[in-house]
Ligand binder design. Structure first.
Ligand code: PEP
Length: 252
């Protein structure tokens, strides 16, 4: 059965102090949740140690990016094995900010996913269309293309390490969200593409991201193909993030 996941992407926000206080608070609140949600904290990599000291067994940790290489002369990069060494279990790949600001391509996404699954880490692969693409009626084909290219190198025995996050670019950090109906339709379409790739599509967790808040999370997570959320801004506010984690429906 696929996992229910809520992951908090802090982006380039936070501090050593926040990594201690917020992670400690979130842990104390989610420990008692009985909806089966796996909660993942993804702070800036430099704060992983501080977050890990507070996370206990109740929270998983992740990083926002890795370099696609094993090791070597790549100043400023961190490797999959380094993330694993620090206790991380998840890594974001292909976030739209990396695609748009840093020019990350589908080929790089595929190389990073390959590196992660080899290292037994879980890749949260982000896909999503721009507003222009949605208005041109291209949303489904753009997202399908990103899924096909980004996951091209996954071997049949590696799918358990893949999570896909559908994040319409126009909804990230804007306060706009896809309607619950549109989000569900896109998740169902992604699951179909995964099946075409030979993946065990029903077993793969699909997350929605894009201005998820405490007051819209339950409606979004009610979609049968939506297995939780990737949360940016709201993951920096402890009570808001905990409410989002609570909004995940218990597995049937
Ligand atoms: C994100 O960074 O992946 C994200 C979805 O951000 P926000 O929740 O702030 O829109």
């Amino acid at each position: 059965m696929r996992r229910k996941i809520v992951a908090g992407n802090w982006k380039m926000n936070g501090s050593k102090d926040l990594a201690k206080t917020l992670v400690g608070h979130v842990r104390s609140q989610v420990e008692s949740l009985d909806n089966g949600v796996e909660v993942v904290i993804i702070p800036p990599a430099i704060y992983i140690g501080d977050a890990a000291a507070q996370a206990g067994d109740a929270l998983a940790l992740g990083v926002q990016n890795i370099g696609q290489w094993e090791s070597g002369a790549y100043t400023g990069e961190i490797s999959a094995e380094m993330a694993k060494d620090q206790g991380c279990r998840y890594v974001l790949v292909g976030h739209s900010e990396r695609r748009q600001i840093f020019g990350e391509t589908d080929d790089e996404v595929a190389a990073k996913v390959k590196r992660l699954v080899i290292s037994d880490l879980n890749a949260i692969v982000c896909v999503g269309e721009t507003l222009e693409q949605r208005e041109a009626g291209e949303a489904e084909s753009v997202v399908a293309g990103q899924v096909r290219k980004g996951l091209a190198a996954v071997a049949p025995n590696q799918w358990s390490h893949v999570v896909v996050a559908y994040e319409p670019v126009w909804a990230i950090g804007t306060g706009k969200t896809a309607t619950a109906q549109d989000a569900q339709a896109m998740h169902a379409s992604i699951r179909k593409v995964l099946a075409e790739l030979g993946a065990p599509a029903e077993e793969i967790s699909l997350l929605y991201g894009g201005s998820v808040k405490a007051d819209n999370a339950a409606a979004l997570f009610a979609g049968p193909d939506i297995d939780g959320g990737l949360v940016g801004g709201a993951s920096l506010v402890a009570e808001e993030f905990v409410s989002i984690c609570r909004a995940v429906p218990a597995s049937a």
